[in-house]
Design a protein around this ligand. Structure first.
Ligand code: CTP
Length: 397
């Protein structure tokens, strides 16, 4: 049986000449057993008539926001995947700027399904920095773009902007649907952010972790279809991702309690938190007054190493992923952590490298495995890094 069988797909058809090629894609999807609903923009109807898509999809084609009330909401919720083809300069601009002024854009605004964007246009429009900026923004938000092909365009000129091949589009759709089930049947526990170790009611010891990597992992675990995702987070400014249970903690001790309480119920555990290694031995119940001493000496004690404890408790079937933020001898230190903490994978990064570290949007990581293998990923936005990590972890599950 085809992987597309029974899948609900919404095809958004926009006003470009490649709309006629999109008809063929719809036909192939239907032949493979997918249930395809088509939404056409007004401009798309100038190129191909709704009757073409109606005949191929065996459903009424939707064109009007004011036709069937709440059609956009129903479709937005029920679809497994959205494909925009051809995606015009205009639709990408509207999407990137939150404009929802017709049925297609309104449905896109309401959906949380993965969206595949297949642009096709004149190369001067495609390479326009405004378009590229919008594409970049949407990619960072999780939209998947297919690169157009180079060749003869509708104008007769040569350049980038041709609608990609049928095979490429269908393969990408299959791949995206398969990813939705990558972590199905699994329960994922993620830690994120710094911890805060209090010195007195006002002051604390903490670190520069933003929590972005851990939040991206939790969000993407959900995106890959994990049954449950629990995010145990130290203090951050971030909003918990949709569909993720978020438990807020402050100190390493609180994080340890929250993690150990849940550990046995999860089979994939990713410890992305930058847990403080030291805490003040004595916590003052009153604010320390500077007038009371000329010099203040802090005595610190070690916090519990949560990951080491998990490594000891790990059962068969549980995968433990640790993170190693280093400033020197990256691989050597990371490998030590992998061994000493009994991990399955350690994700190492050099926090001093440009494009990596706590305060930037990107990361450059090296994954080290138990069998001695290692793999360095390019500099990518943290969401993409999270996806790459989870794809590799899924192979171990
Ligand atoms: N970790 C933990 N509990 C701690 C300290 C770290 O669970 N008290 C986890 C982190 O979440 C991370 C991994 O251990 O997944 C490595 O953390 P890192 O701070 O890089 O290493 P440490 O083991 O603390 O060693 P060092 O700081 O000396 O490099």
């Amino acid at each position: 049986m085809s992987r597309l069988s029974g899948k609900k797909i919404v095809a958004g058809i926009c006003g470009g000449i490649a709309a006629y090629k999109a008809a063929n894609i719809v036909s192939k999807l239907v032949q493979a057993g997918a249930d395809v609903r088509v939404i056409m923009t007004r401009a798309a109807c100038q190129f191909v008539t709704p009757m073409t898509f109606e005949t191929l999809s065996h459903h009424t084609v939707l064109t009007d926001l004011w036709g069937e009330p709440l059609a956009h909401v129903e479709l937005a919720y029920s679809t497994d995947l959205f494909v925009l083809m051809p995606a015009t300069y205009n639709i990408v601009g509207k999407l990137a700027h939150g404009i929802a002024d017709d049925l297609l854009t309104t449905t896109l605004a309401a959906t949380r399904a993965p969206v595949l964007v297949v642009p096709a246009m004149e190369s001067q429009m495609y390479t326009n920095p405004i378009f590229q900026e919008n594409k970049k923004k949407l990619t960072e938000l999780g939209y998947r773009f297919l690169e157009p092909e180079v060749g003869r365009l509708a104008s007769g000129r040569e350049g980038i902007g041709r609608f990609p091949s049928e095979e490429k589009i269908l393969n990408t759709i299959e791949e995206m649907l398969a990813e939705r089930a990558l972590l199905q049947g699994h329960r994922v526990l993620v830690t994120a952010g710094p911890t805060r170790e209090m010195l007195d009611p006002m002051r604390c010891i903490t670190n520069k972790s933003s929590g972005k990597m851990g939040y991206a992992l939790a969000e993407q675990a959900r995106h890959f279809g994990a049954d449950t995702v629990c995010l145990i987070s130290g203090p951050t400014q971030l909003e918990p991702p949709r569909g993720v249970e978020c438990v807020r903690v402050e100190s390493a001790e609180e994080m340890k309690d929250a993690v150990l309480k849940r550990f046995a119920q999860y089979d994939l555990i990713l410890m992305a938190a930058a847990v403080a290694d030291w805490r003040p031995k004595k916590v003052s119940s009153q604010k320390l007054k500077k007038s009371e001493a000329r010099k203040l000496t802090l005595v610190l004690e070690k916090t519990p190493d949560i990951l080491s404890e998990l490594g000891k408790r790990k059962k068969k079937g549980q995968i433990l992923v640790g993170f190693a933020a280093e400033t020197e001898r990256l691989l050597e230190h990371a490998r030590e952590k992998l061994r000493e903490k009994n991990l399955d994978i350690v994700v190492a990064n050099d926090i001093t490298a440009p494009g990596a570290g706590p305060e930037v949007e990107t990361n450059i990581v090296t994954l080290l495995y138990r069998d001695g293998r290692s793999e360095t990923l390019p500099c990518l936005p943290k969401r993409a890094v999270a996806q790459e990590i989870l794809r590799r972890v899924a192979q171990l599950l």
